[in-house]
Write a protein that binds this ligand. Structure first.
Ligand code: ADP
Ligand code: ADP
Length: 229
């Protein structure tokens, strides 16, 4: 379970300016679908609609066949792990930030989540390890590192569906490589929708959907899209 289905979804923040103009796609259970496209195309809007920060203006979004309008906010929050673009962390330890919302998790589970999100290496490199503080008084984390802490938190919660809005900020190639590795591990066997800002991190997606002005302009695997130019 965990199938996500967008069925002719329409949406406008402002009625005079449609953002999504009849969007249909499916993320089959356990698969990874990536949404790419130019800035302003409506990519992040898709993740906001799935999390029901806004309601669709037309069409349906279904999870396992059920319209999300008929699902309680609590069940929706439990079903979807959302890693937003700009992750805000608590000014506390990395361990606290990973464990947040899963206070029953064992240290082993927290460490496993950190490994999956590939933040264990930089954590180990810091003198106090997991106890290193995230905020001003402690270690300064880059955007990509913060996002991986948030990924680890989501992994620990283990929701059936993962929505990841990639950081838009420019990443150095090393960080990009680490994000790609984290993404591949995290999305394995989990229904994943990745709002992608760079093609290089989503080479392994089962399907890539190219969004342009609120419509799908192309879709296929990474290799298929490269073939078509
Ligand atoms: P993308 O993620 O592809 O860059 P977004 O989904 O963030 O695009 O935005 C799509 C369009 O909707 C943009 O033109 C943006 O200016 C507009 N937009 C985004 N958020 C809002 C909002 N809260 N209110 C009004 N317009 C918005
Ligand atoms: P993104 O996820 O792409 O950063 P934002 O929510 O920051 O999306 O919005 C993207 C664009 O939409 C920005 O240019 C912003 O100015 C515009 N926008 C965001 N919120 C609103 C809003 N409430 N009304 C009008 N425009 C908005």
């Amino acid at each position: 379970n965990g199938t996500v289905h967008f069925d002719d979804v329409r949406f406008a923040y402002d009625p005079s300016r449609p953002i999504l103009k009849g969007l249909s796609f499916e993320v089959p259970a356990g698969k990874t679908v990536a949404i790419v496209g130019p800035s302003g195309a409506g990519k992040s809007t898709i993740s906001r609609l799935l999390f029901r920060l806004y309601d669709v203006s037309g069409g349906h979004i279904r999870i396992d066949g059920q319209d999300i309008r008929d699902v309680t906010q609590n069940s929706l929050r439990a079903a979807i792990g959302m890693v937003p673009q700009d992750t805000v962390l608590f000014n506390d330890t990395i361990r606290y930030n990973i464990r947040y919302g899963r206070w029953d998790a064992t240290d082993e589970e927290v460490e496993e989540a950190a490994r999956t999100a590939q933040i264990d290496t930089f954590i180990k490199a810091s003198p106090k390890g997991y106890e290193t503080e995230v905020g001003e008084r402690g270690l300064k984390l880059s955007g990509g590192e913060k996002q991986r802490v948030a990924i680890a938190r989501t992994v620990l919660k283990s929701p059936p569906i993962l929505v990841l809005d990639e950081a838009t900020s420019a990443l150095d190639s090393h960080t990009e490589h680490e994000i790609q590795g984290a993404l591949e591990r995290v999305s394995q066997n989990r229904t994943s929708l990745v709002i992608a800002h760079r093609l290089s991190t989503i080479v392994g997606a089962d399907e890539i959907i190219v969004l342009d002005q609120g419509r799908i302009s192309e879709r296929g695997t990474h290799a298929q899209l490269l073939e078509h130019g």
